[in-house]
Design a protein around this ligand. Structure first.
Ligand code: C2E
Ligand code: CA
Ligand code: CA
Ligand code: CA
Length: 279
């Protein structure tokens, strides 16, 4: 038993060392990832359920590491947030998304809204509104064609600062969405004070709606609450036809998920939108 115990300790030790090694490597390499052209954006179509067509796309960061392959944003965004790198990466993602989708809209003559994610750290950056405005002016994209997504937990991290930033962004005319709704612990009263246009229901709430009345009822009550204060509702993580049908019937405004389309490189987006349109 003693030997086995020691073996186990050694095993966990190796695992831990490998994880630490990977972390340190990625953290180091992230510094040059933008300059090396290793970051790119995947776009996921979002369907408007009233018009039954794709009306927007969410820009999602991807990192193709030369040795480790595709690294998830869930892994590298927190690393970037630990340093000031998030400002560099965030600004790159925002301006690239606006540029690529502005070009795409012109090329395919489509009225698409681009949705970009903001980190909690970007909310504290006084230069953010100016760089948003600059990206729009450079491309001619109208402000209402850009929606910025901010997670519930980012908004609640420092509600006063977040509120000021949202008000500032709002003056430029960009749309604002609360992301991952339902995963934080914000009070409704706090949320209602924020100048928001839409609310994204977290995937964890969508998963059960086709088979559980309770799950569907919960989503319906979030939706009723959001609509009562004029927020458009977007469901994320829709993976089946049944889930999409439940959402359609219950008056959800927009939906996004693997059932319609996975996030794809911009070169594959036209085809992905066409397929999603048929769902
Ligand atoms: P998020 O903003 O909630 O984005 C939705 C995530 O759900 C994406 O993961 C997307 O690929 C995934 N997803 C979409 N449909 C489905 C589905 O039907 N089933 C399942 N299981 N998953 C689905 P991804 O691309 O790995 O991004 C993870 C998170 O990383 C994002 O969550 C967002 O918080 C963050 N992120 C991505 N890009 C950026 C960025 O440019 N800036 C910042 N600050 N964060 C970003
Ligand atoms: Ca998002
Ligand atoms: Ca989410
Ligand atoms: Ca998320």
């Amino acid at each position: 038993a003693k030997t086995r115990g020691r073996g186990r300790v050694a095993f966990f030790d190796v695992q831990l060392r490998e994880r630490l090694q990977r972390f340190l490597e990625l953290e180091q390499d992230l510094r040059s990832a933008v300059e090396n052209g290793e970051l790119w954006l995947a776009y996921q179509p979002i369907v408007n359920l009233h018009a039954n067509r794709v009306s927007g796309v969410e820009a999602l960061l991807r990192w193709t590491h030369p040795v480790h392959g595709t690294v998830s944003p869930e892994e590298f965004i927190p690393m970037a947030e630990e340093s000031d790198l998030i400002h560099h990466i965030g600004a790159w993602a925002l301006s690239t998304a606006v540029e690529e989708i502005a070009r795409f809209r012109t090329r395919y003559d489509l009225d698409l809204q681009v949705k970009a994610n903001l980190s909690v750290r970007q909310l504290e950056d006084p230069a953010l509104p100016e760089s948003v405005d600059e990206a729009l002016r450079k491309t001619g994209l109208s402000a209402k064609s850009l929606s910025l997504e901010i997670t519930e937990s980012a908004l609640m991290h420092d509600p006063a600062t977040a509120t000021r930033m949202l008000q500032e962004l709002r003056r430029y005319g960009v749309q604002l969405a609360i992301d991952d709704f339902g995963t934080g612990y914000s009070s409704l009263a706090q949320l209602l004070r924020l100048p928001l246009d839409s609310l994204k229901i977290d995937r964890s709430f969508i998963v059960g709606i086709a088979h559980s009345h309770d799950a569907a009822a919960l989503v319906n009550s979030i939706m009723a609450m959001a609509h009562a204060v004029d927020l458009a509702v977007i469901a994320e993580g829709v993976e089946t036809a049944e889930q999409l049908e439940v959402l359609r019937r219950s008056g959800c405004d927009q939906a996004q998920g693997y059932y319609m389309s996975r996030p794809v490189p911009v070169g594959d987006l036209a085809e992905a939108i066409e397929r999603a349109d048929r769902r």
